[in-house]
Write a protein of this length. Structure first.
Length: 243
């Protein structure tokens, strides 16, 4: 992945680290990961004198961060699934899932209302305000619009294809009281299934990217006092530009 390739050491920092090591500082071998001033993920080392420097890597070598292995394992648990969606992108996926659940319940309710002789060529003229309101809400395409908004943001949220969205839009438009009860019920069920499949693909794409470290969980809000400066494993303040 691109963010893993960014682990290649900054040569200037590596030279400084080597110079300090040669001067007598002993650096640990336990990997510590951070972010540099350009938000690139890097490997840093702490010394027995409390110094923190970026590690030097051979040309072409990249390292795998165990945090992302942990993310992959955690996705197999209920708590891990819940935690995985505590990111900005994840919360948007959750909002889409909630909207789809609302529309799915509406589809079920609409199907229950189609058995009163209120469908078909003649039945469409029979007053049926409840069914009309449900179909109008479904045709408004709020769930569809949610997917379009997510796709416009790109990345994982743009995982659905233009063709898939187009077909879903056609299915939304294909629910009319002028259809027979059997046809209308079938079209509503097809729409419900299509929405569920689209949502599943969106979630699978997001979870795959999350497991590979594409997203980080939202940071807690800072305290009123501004909080304490970050420290490394040795208890020393982390240098500017690192997290």
């Amino acid at each position: 992945m691109e963010y893993d390739r960014k682990l290649a050491a900054d040569r200037a920092s590596a030279s400084a680290a080597s110079a300090k090591a040669a001067a007598g500082a002993k650096f640990g071998v336990t990997p510590v990961y951070g972010r540099d001033a350009k938000d690139n993920r890097v490997l840093i080392q702490t010394s027995d004198t409390g110094e923190i420097n970026q590690a030097e890597l051979p040309e072409g070598v990249t390292l795998e961060d165990d945090r992302y292995k942990s993310s992959q394992r955690a996705l197999g648990t209920a708590e891990g699934k819940k935690a995985a969606y505590q990111t900005e992108a994840g919360m948007k996926v959750v909002a889409a899932e909630e909207e789809f659940a609302r529309v799915s319940l509406l589809i079920d309710s609409a199907i229950e209302k189609t058995g009163d002789g209120n469908t078909g060529f003649f039945g469409q003229f029979k007053p049926s305000p409840d069914l009309d309101a449900m179909l109008e809400t479904i045709e408004a395409g709020t769930a569809f619009n949610t997917l379009v908004d997510l796709k416009s943001q790109g990345g994982t949220l743009g995982a659905l294809s233009e063709m898939e969205l187009l077909l879903l839009k056609v299915k939304i438009a294909n629910v009319r009281r002028s259809q027979s009860q059997e046809q209308l019920d079938a079209n509503l069920e097809i729409l419900k299934l299509s929405m569920a499949n689209s949502l599943d693909r969106l979630k699978q794409s997001y979870e795959s990217d999350y497991a590979n470290g594409a997203y980080e969980q939202l940071s807690p809000a800072p305290t009123a006092s501004g909080g304490s400066p970050p420290v490394g494993p040795s208890g020393q303040p982390v240098p500017d530009g690192f997290e």
